[in-house]
Design a binder for this molecule. Sequence first.
Ligand SMILES: CC(C)(COP(=O)(O)OP(=O)(O)OC[C@H]1O[C@@H](n2cnc3c(N)ncnc32)[C@H](O)[C@@H]1OP(=O)(O)O)[C@@H](O)C(=O)NCCC(=O)NCCS
Length: 274
Amino acid sequence: MTPEDVPVTAGLARTVFSAPGEAASAEDVRRGEARQAHLLATDPEGAWVALDEAGEVCGVALAIRREGVWGLSLLAVRPDVQSRGIGRRLLERAWAYGEGARGRIVLSSTDPKAMRRYARLGLAVRPCVAAGGIVDRSRLPAPSGAVRASEDVERTAPVSRHVRGAAHVADLPAMLDAGGRLLLHGDRGFAVHDERAVRLLAARDEAAAVDLLWACLAAAAPGATVAVDFLAAGQDWAVRTVLDAGLALSPDGPVFTGGRLGTLAPYVPSGPYL
Ligand SMILES: CC(C)(COP(=O)(O)OP(=O)(O)OC[C@H]1O[C@@H](n2cnc3c(N)ncnc32)[C@H](O)[C@@H]1OP(=O)(O)O)[C@@H](O)C(=O)NCCC(=O)NCCS
């Protein structure tokens, strides 16, 4: 993949992940392209495209390596050429980029083709639910004084290493550029959120994680729909909190993991940055 591919690959990601008829705003397009450009810059050897017979880009895989942990950020094939082995071959290239990695993480969609391939890689499946809806503001607890807005991304590193097995520091500036806001719970945990979603949350203990999740939910615009995705088995602290906030649960794609990672809890992983 090269920087010139980004407008096409970002369009491809929008095509396969948007609901039918859903139009992306100019800001969504900008953020999607910026995210892929960032990942291509940090991990050029993990970024692959497939070309169709006309030489047009018809598939993309983006993988990252952070402190010995490999993660799949994106895998997408144009709908008219799916189920022909292109995704499989893209994934092989992206996987090879993780050669020697101590741990592996993939946040899967519910596409049976994707889940089949990730399981076949020998990764373990962790079923997930997603939460969504409008926060019932009458149920918000008094804000925790321990949660503060911050731009000190370095301070998150020990928590990420404990929870994920690798720091998020390399990707946090890109998340903040895309409109994310960082919250710190001292040295016990952190979260990145925006008005639409909890983008990432990691903590050393559940009490801190609950405080952070409430702070993210409290920051949602009144009446706006918010999402908290990839709540894997074991994140019952989060399930309790989102239900208390009035959100609804639905099935989500599973998380696949392998090798040596962190505690993986309390943890709400980031879709693109894991
Ligand atoms: C998931 C995706 C990347 C797979 O790429 P693809 O080129 O369509 O898939 P492939 O042809 O390589 O097939 C992958 C596997 O699924 C199997 N498969 C193909 N069609 C299938 C179907 N309709 N149902 C179930 N399995 C199917 C294949 O046999 C193959 O398994 P195998 O290699 O063990 O035989 C692609 O379909 C896609 O972009 N989906 C939408 C976006 C998405 O969900 N991406 C994954 C994000 S985590």
